[in-house]
Design a protein around this ligand. Structure first.
Ligand SMILES: O=c1ccn([C@H]2C[C@H](O)[C@@H](COP(=O)(O)OP(=O)(O)OP(=O)(O)O)O2)c(=O)[nH]1
Length: 146
């Protein structure tokens, strides 16, 4: 699908693109005028320089990159962040450092991935009872650990 994108870029980052033929997401890059140091457990709102216009019925999800998470403990606080189809502001990413060492976020670095997904719009219909199921209200581990 085609998505309109506006780029206001301090760092000359390329247009996001799928890395392989079947990648679900596109990596987004930090658009910074100077590097940011994230101390252990510190978080920061990182600009991307990207503005998108999604079609009605679609959202974009901001998710961590597994390599950064595994190697450096860098994650996205509100994962998956939601970009609404009516949002016209800059896409920003709330990164957190979950490691015990400082992490330097460099401009142009790939900090997260963005996946575009369809969603429904809900009208709640208020009822007195819900249909019975085998699970009922069992959850939170009620089927055991194994
Ligand atoms: O990781 C994120 C999450 C959200 N947004 C932008 C796009 C989204 O459409 C808007 C609002 O996001 P959300 O609904 O999560 O924020 P909120 O805290 O509920 O704020 P609001 O009251 O403005 O909706 O902020 C981002 O740029 N990055």
């Amino acid at each position: 699908m085609s998505v309109q994108i506006k780029i206001i870029n301090k760092s000359n980052n390329p247009i996001p693109a799928h890395a392989t033929e079947l990648s679900a997401g596109v990596d987004l890059r930090a658009d910074l005028s100077q590097d940011i140091i994230l101390k252990p457990l510190e978080r920061a709102l990182i600009p991307t320089g990207l503005y998108i216009q999604l079609p009605e019925g679609f959202e974009a999800q901001i998710r961590p990159r597994s390599g950064l998470a595994f190697k450096h403990g860098i994650s996205v606080v509100n994962s998956p962040g939601t970009i609404d189809a009516d949002y016209r502001g800059e896409i920003k990413v709330i990164l957190v450092n979950l490691s015990n060492e400082d992490y330097r976020v460099k401009t142009g670095e790939r900090i997260c991935q963005m996946v575009v997904a369809k969603h429904e719009r809900i009208n709640f219909e208020v009822v007195e009872t819900l249909q019975d199921t085998q699970r009922g209200d069992g959850g939170f581990g009620h089927t055991g650990n194994i």
